[in-house]
Design a binder for this molecule. Sequence first.
Ligand code: NAD
Length: 519
Amino acid sequence: MRQLLLLSRSGWPHTRGLRLMSTQATTKLFINNEFVESQTSDWITVHNPATQEVVTQVPKSTQQELDEAAKCAHLAFKEWRRTSAVTRQRKMLDLQHAIRANADRLARSIVTEQGKVLNDALGDVQRGLQVVENMAGITDHLLGSHLEVSSDMDTYTVREPLGVVAGICPFNFPAMIPLWMFPVALATGNACVLKPSERTPTAAMVLAELSRDIFPKGLLNVVHGAHATVDFLTADPRVRAVSFVGGDRAGKHIYERATQHGKRCQANMGAKNHAIVLPDANKEHALNAIAGAAFGAAGQRCMALSVAVFVGEAGDWVEDVASRAKELRINGGFEANADLGPMISPEALKRATQLIQSAADEGATVVLDGRGVAVEKYPRGNFLGPTVIDHATTQMRCYQEEIFGPVLTCIRAETLDEALALVNANRYGNGASIFTRSGACARKFQSEVEAGQVGINVPIPVPLPMFSFTGNKGSFLGDANFYGRAGVGFYTQLKTITSLWRKQDADDQVASVHMPTIH
Ligand code: NAD
């Protein structure tokens, strides 16, 4: 690393509250446990989405820097792979302690760069922390199987790490998604090169700083950039597996490129999550749940409920959803009364507003229109108020495309069968929920719906890490899901050993009672 400038431990920008960042603040690379100033001439500016203030400049890593990160990870892996699962378990306990102690700091960086409200940002950290806690049980996860297959002959399995693995992250969960990746990779004995979103890099840098005091150098490296960085990580021969979370375009490209280069790849992608509302549902519960899941985090969750299918008389409740949505408070994420903050960028806001307009143009009714919402204290923020579109059809753009904003598209259906057919015809399969008091309807829904994560009277059924994140259809490419048992499987390869230790070789031995001497 001689050619790279090494920096002190505070090599990432501080983002306390809404304090203005210097436009000169840069986000560092984290290579071989050092914060390093990139030598690139190509930088991406990160803005606070509530204020447009510049938070930091993110480098597009040079090829030399990327090569250095892969080299350091590869070297670190050679030692780390020899550590015991018990050693790695202790490291996970240290990591969970460090993250817990720094949860507020992490959450504040998320509010500043991503825009979500502070409590939700704490939830972002908490859901990632749970993966680390689960990895503290790595000793159990790695238990193998054993059978005496013949007389004196045993076959047993061991799970071995792959080597260097790469993680490529989206903007919307700046702590949780890096924590879906590198703790599982390290606990299973791998080294990791992580690329956070170029729009929300700071939480990953805080996690790197916390990891620096826990893990040997080179085990976790953080690089930045966009397409060129991704293209390096998906082709470099030292990288054995790629984990991706983000949109469809990048996901397909990354999956194809990584697998063409002989790597394992797991790619979580876009979504259109439906809720079916039956007329026998607990109305209060269903409407509150739908409003929270559609508009919370400004709809920028991959498990946000973006479509509600009202069956029969439940169609009369659309106005009630709109009234609840109207009560939600839109504000900067640090404001105590905020329910939802801004969208990530002016471009994302523009796209969402165009999709709302397309719905009106194509004949839907915009029951609640959040366009042009005024937020007094943050006049420059990328705010879109909760928006409810009614009488949409599956042909409309607002249904066909992932809006990724606080917009709920409502559709009417006559029967549960019709609603189920509609959900199943959608190309995505991330999540789907039903609201009903009928066990029979819930059971039918659960067994027939083609979505990977199913909620029954639960709006955002993201499983805790003793399970795995199980999106399917167009929301996922790959075989092994993120975290939990599937995540451990993704980052490890099985080895089977068959050994023969003949009993008679032991029978010949006579115990000696003499003091051993050297001849
Ligand atoms: P994105 O696809 O724009 O970016 C994700 C990552 O891919 C970033 O690190 C980015 O640098 C890189 N990237 C972007 N375009 C690329 C390209 N053409 N070639 C190579 N790399 C590229 O996604 P985003 O806007 O940051 O995140 C929002 C999307 O992520 C939504 O579609 C959302 O549904 C999805 N998401 C899915 C899940 C899930 O678990 N299914 C979770 C969170 C977010």
